[in-house]
Design a binder for this molecule. Structure first.
Ligand SMILES: Cc1cc2nc3c(=O)[nH]c(=O)nc-3n(C[C@H](O)[C@H](O)[C@H](O)COP(=O)(O)OP(=O)(O)OC[C@H]3O[C@@H](n4cnc5c(N)ncnc54)[C@H](O)[C@@H]3O)c2cc1C
Length: 455
């Protein structure tokens, strides 16, 4: 069975934007409702030499899900949960469902899908796989990659392959990077294949989780607290999220946000059994030793309270995103960094990054995010094209700095179209050539997600 892509102008425009602030209108849009329809569309596009850019929820911050070349393949209508095996703790899903919906569905059966991309109610499973999305709880559970057991992928050769992770304990057959092809597609941003189905490993839901919001007078104290919490023997945080004064300003504008005091703030969660709250004493001791404003610590001790805290945390990127979108018509937009450095170097990296912003005559960015992984976000709002150029120059200078610290230019949001120019700062010509060789092997005509990641 096959469906015909539409060239209707209003439909094409409806798929022309993601959260990057870019706009690219595709030549046609296809919205398959089943894997069979998707495969037929992909085969037809390949034989006609038509480029294919796959889209999920279009929350990409890097322009990865939009294109002005060929077909935009939206998989949002392929959103079924195909099978949940409660005893094996696995779930088989189509790519177009939202991550948050899948999490809630498996939770009803006492199971946890651990990765928690902040945008989980707007981002799809396929997008999370293609970007190797992570979130606050990646501190404990790692990114999406760790939870993928198998993938069904449509290749640019017209083949559909089902790839299982090897279950071997030993293997010396061939070069290391070719041992597990599942890994090739995770984080490939639609450039190597189209994910049609995935099987994830799940965990039992933790018995109890308590969230804590810990305010500080200074960033230095807050980040010391984060470092000590990572090294501590008794507290076991599953996330360590930082908010600076500008992020706190946004939180305090939300309902319930007034309780988040201080000039710097750390949000953390700990899993524990039943009413066992022995860890709370250890957290309090640690907070006191780090000069926290302990009288203003906020405790979130129910699922609903934790959801509320996470909504407040999510309000930060959602607000900067909305602020940035107001200036797109003037050539501005939000610029969200996702560089990361080794944890011990985070305080100095943030100080230097702000000095660089000031040198480029920019207002201080909103700084927040996954401090426990040495991974903050710095959100700038450029109000016009000249300011955007200054923001990009400041970010590039900061990336040189973080790379000098052993960091990365992109820890979470991928490369897409916007960060492609910064990839060679980090990867050697040898690494880039290896990426090109893999791309050429799987997509010799360069039809998949042209413009993403590599040229
Ligand atoms: C407010 C906000 C907060 C965010 N917070 C986080 C965060 O905490 N952590 C994080 O990692 N990211 C975050 N992001 C970025 C974004 O949400 C993630 O990258 C997300 O995984 C993208 O999913 P999506 O369905 O929107 O994908 P899209 O934006 O539609 O696509 C992203 C990429 O995936 C490819 N793709 C999509 N589906 C498939 C498929 N089935 N097969 C092959 N390729 C496919 C696309 O071609 C594109 O390259 C945030 C974004 C916003 C706007």
């Amino acid at each position: 069975m096959s469906i015909v892509p539409t060239t209707d102008q209003s439909v094409r425009e409806a798929y022309s934007r993601d959260a990057s602030g870019l706009e690219l209108v595709p030549e046609m849009v296809a919205r398959p409702e089943s894997a069979a329809e998707a495969v037929a569309l992909i085969a037809e596009a390949i034989s006609a030499g038509t480029p294919i850019t796959t889209a999920g929820g279009q929350t990409s911050l890097t322009g990865a899900s939009i294109t002005d070349r060929g077909m935009l393949l939206s998989l949002r209508a392929m959103s079924k949960m195909v099978d949940l095996d409660v005893s094996a703790r696995t779930v088989r899903v189509e790519p177009g469902g939202f991550v948050g919906d899948m999490k809630r569905a498996v939770a009803e059966h006492g199971l946890l899908f651990p990765p928690d991309v902040t945008s989980e109610n707007e981002a799809t499973i396929g997008g999370a796989i293609a970007c190797n999305a992570s979130g606050a709880r990646s501190l404990r559970y790692g990114p999406t990659r760790r939870w993928v057991r198998s993938l069904t992928v449509a290749l640019a050769t017209g083949e559909v392959v089902e790839l299982q992770r090897p279950r071997l304990e030993k293997n010396t057959a061939g070069y290391g990077p070719i041992h597990d092809p599942v890994d090739w597609f995770i984080g490939s941003e639609g450039t190597l294949g189209v994910v049609l189905e995935a099987v994830f490993d799940l965990l039992p839901l933790p018995e109890q989780v308590t969230g804590l919001g810990v305010p500080f007078a200074t960033e230095a104290d807050a980040l010391r607290f984060v470092r000590e919490a990572r090294r501590h023997g008794v507290v076991h945080p599953r996330c360590l999220e930082y908010l600076d004064q500008f992020a706190l300003d946004i939180v305090r504008q939300q309902e319930g946000g007034e309780a988040w005091r201080g000039s710097a703030f750390v949000y953390t969660e700990q899993e524990h059994q039943g009413d066992d709250d022995a860890h709370l004493d250890a957290w309090l001791e640690l907070a006191e030793a780090s000069n926290a404003s302990v009288d203003d610590i906020v405790v979130f001790d129910s699922d609903a309270a934790i959801r509320g805290a996470r909504d407040l945390r999510h309000a930060v990127p959602a607000t900067t995103n909305e602020r940035g979108s107001r200036f797109i018509a003037h050539g501005g937009r939000r610029v969200a960094t996702d560089w990361a450095v080794p944890l011990d170097l985070l305080p100095q990296a943030l100080i230097s990054a702000r000095e660089i912003a000031a040198k480029h005559d920019l207002p201080m960015p909103v700084t927040f995010g996954h401090a426990g992984n040495g991974h903050p976000h710095q959100d700038f709002v450029a109000t016009d094209a000249p300011m955007l150029a200054r923001v990009e120059a400041a970010v590039e200078e900061t990336l040189h700095l973080v790379l000098g610290m052993g960091g990365t230019v992109a820890a979470e949001h991928g490369i897409g179209k916007l960060k492609k120019k910064w990839l060679p700062l980090q990867l050697s010509p040898m690494q880039l050539a290896a990426m090109s060789a893999l791309k050429h092997t799987l997509d010799p005509a360069g039809l998949l997600a042209p413009g993403n990641v590599i040229s």
